[in-house]
Design a protein around this ligand. Structure first.
Ligand code: F6P
Length: 328
């Protein structure tokens, strides 16, 4: 069966913001207009869909935003959209504007919403992975990860200076409720001695004996990078445990927090956001519906939304081996 030609689309950003979302919005709006479509911006993610907070976008609506962090459409996590009633209202609102397809820029939770909605209603959805966590399988990169991890690296480099000046152990907590990619990349690239992530079990006994051994040989700088979702419960809990086991250990905690979500997107994030946004429109033109767009081996990759929500990235044993060998 021939798929209906889509001429009016809505675009929204949902879940935690990530640097590069604006570049993606810009690409969707401008490519859509280039192909003669009408493009509508939906405010605050699915909340704006439920509330009918929708506005037509022109090419100029997205001028001067490619370099900005955050999202001009704003974002939220909508509780109403989780209910069948909320989605029915959202559908009615889309119909009022004549919107026939949606581009959703967000993480796996946002894709889950899109999948449910597109199953219930005849509104094809295209997902673009916008999350600093990089926790979605089917893509090598997510929009915002590169910027976030570089923000973390810049901060950890600074911490290394003061750690070195005082011969101190620092525990640095980075974001990642369910995913350790920011911790892994920022830890490896700053020479951290230990990296603790939710995907891997940490042996706290080994950790303590390794710290004692380093203390014994007066190793100057010791950095532990821990993802917030790590099983021990983050940097503060880990610090308490270490203090208990090694009372004379001079240590400080630094929680990087939301600075990792903000700031100007890196060149890399702007480029992948632009490519993905462009291809979102191509998907509508080709009738490729209900997929999320990723980049794998530098080629566009299309994963059905229902598969995208089930998979998670896996962190191979090799990464952990690299950390161990390089941090001696
Ligand atoms: O965007 C993903 C993420 O950064 C997680 O790593 C983190 O736990 C979460 O968002 C925090 O989100 P919020 O501050 O919006 O609750």
């Amino acid at each position: 069966m021939m798929k209906k030609k889509i001429t009016k689309i809505g675009v929204l950003t949902s879940g935690g913001d990530s640097p590069g979302m604006n570049a993606a919005i810009r690409a969707v709006v401008r490519t859509g207009i280039y192909h003669g479509m009408e493009v509508f911006g939906i405010m605050r993610g699915y909340s704006g869909m439920v509330e009918g907070d929708i506005q037509k976008m022109e090419s100029r609506s997205v001028a001067n935003i490619i370099q900005r962090g955050g999202t001009i459409l704003k974002t939220s996590r909508s509780n109403e959209f989780l209910t069948a009633e909320g989605r029915a209202i959202a559908y009615k609102n889309l119909k009022q504007f004549g919107i026939e397809g949606l581009v959703i820029i967000g993480g796996d939770g946002s894709f889950r919403g899109a999948q449910i909605f597109s199953n219930e209603y005849d509104i094809p959805c295209i997902g673009l992975p916008g999350t600093i966590d990089k926790d979605i399988a089917g893509t090598d990169f997510t929009i915002g990860f590169d910027t976030a991890v570089n923000t973390a690296v810049e901060a950890i480099d600074k911490i290394r200076d003061t750690a070195d000046a005082h011969d101190r152990l620092f525990i640095i907590e980075v974001m990642g409720r369910d995913a350790g990619y920011i911790a892994l990349h920022s830890g490896i690239s700053t020479g951290a001695e230990h990296i603790l992530i939710p995907e891997r079990k940490t042996s706290y006994i080994d950790l303590i004996s390794s710290l004692k051994e380093k203390q014994g040989r007066k190793k100057l700088v010791n950095l532990i990078v821990v993802a917030e979702g790590e099983e021990f419960g983050g940097a503060d809990e880990l610090a308490k445990h270490i203090k208990k086991q090694i009372p004379n250990q001079d240590l400080r905690v630094c929680i990087l927090g939301h600075i990792q979500r903000g700031g100007a997107p890196s060149c890399f994030d702007r480029v992948i956001a632009s490519r993905m946004g462009y291809h979102a429109i191509e998907c509508f033109i080709e009738g490729r519906h209900n997929v999320f767009i990723g980049i794998v081996n530098n080629k566009m990759n299309y994963t059905p939304l229902d598969e995208a929500v089930k998979k998670k990235q896996r962190i191979s044993e090799e990464w952990m081996k690299i950390v161990k060998i390089l941090a001696t």
